[in-house]
Every structure is written in C-alpha cells, then in structure tokens.
Design a binder for this molecule. Structure first.
Ligand SMILES: [Zn+2]
Length: 138
C-alpha cells in the first residue's frame, strides 16, 4: 500500500488524492488540481474586472453630469446676473444655482438622497425659461 508523500498516511493504489491531507498522489491529479485552481482564479479575476468596470462607468457618468452642472450652472448664473435687477433674472439665477453640483448635494440632506440629475436639470430649465419669459414680459 503506497503512502502519502506529504503526511505518510496510507493511500489506496488508485487514489488520486490523500484522504488525510488532500495532496495529489500522481501528476495527473496534480494537473487536475492546478487547472481547477487556475480556472477559479481567472473566474474571480474576470468577476472583479467586471464589477470594477461598471463602477468606473458609473463614476464616469457622474463626473460628466458634474462637469455639465458646473458649465450650465455658470452660464445660467452669468446670464441671470446680466439681466438683474429684472425679476426674471432671479428665476434664472435660482435655476443656475440649482445646477451647481454642491447645491445638488445639499438636496441630499433635505430629501435623504440627491435629486436625480435629470429632474434637477428639468427644474433648472423650467426656472430659466420662466425667468426669461418674465424678463421679456415685464
Ligand atoms: Zn497526506
């Protein structure tokens, strides 16, 4: 009866692995084990790659929204200030301020979670249109 090369436990002639320590008892078993480990490692690696990819995509979108928020917020505020002290400018100014990402972050404190960027932008555009209309009507 052969003995395990690792722990000395007697193993059967046909045993591929030691029943005590699990060490492969022949090159074929060793190969199979290696392949299994390699497969699992590559599966984990691809899973990790997939999850980190989706995270980076999400943050990329957030970054884009943030940049757009600053850009449009700035344009709104500048155009609002140029028509002040017209009451229409006040609305446009509010809309512009709403677009700034830090202001949007503040909405998270009020409502529990930050307002959706789409909703935020829609409100800002409505305020801007309202401001423009008031400016030209009055
Ligand atoms: Zn053993």
């Amino acid at each position: 009866m052969p003995e395990c090369t690792n722990c000395g436990t007697q193993v059967g002639e046909s045993a591929n692995f030691c029943p005590n320590c699990g060490k492969p008892q022949n090159p074929t078993a060793q190969n199979r084990l290696d392949q299994k480990i390699e497969k699992r490692a590559s599966q984990q690696a691809s899973q990790q790659a997939g999850s980190s990819q989706s995270t980076s995509q999400r943050s990329q979108r957030d970054e884009l929204i943030e940049r757009a928020g600053y850009a449009f917020g700035f344009i709104f505020v500048v155009s609002a200030v140029s028509v002040l002290p017209s009451p229409g400018g006040v609305f446009t100014l509010l809309g512009g301020l709403l677009l700034f990402p830090p202001v949007r972050q503040l909405s998270a404190r009020v409502f529990g979670s930050p307002l959706k960027a789409e909703f935020n932008a829609a409100v800002a555009v409505v305020l801007m249109l309202l401001g423009t209309a008031i400016h030209y009507i009055l």
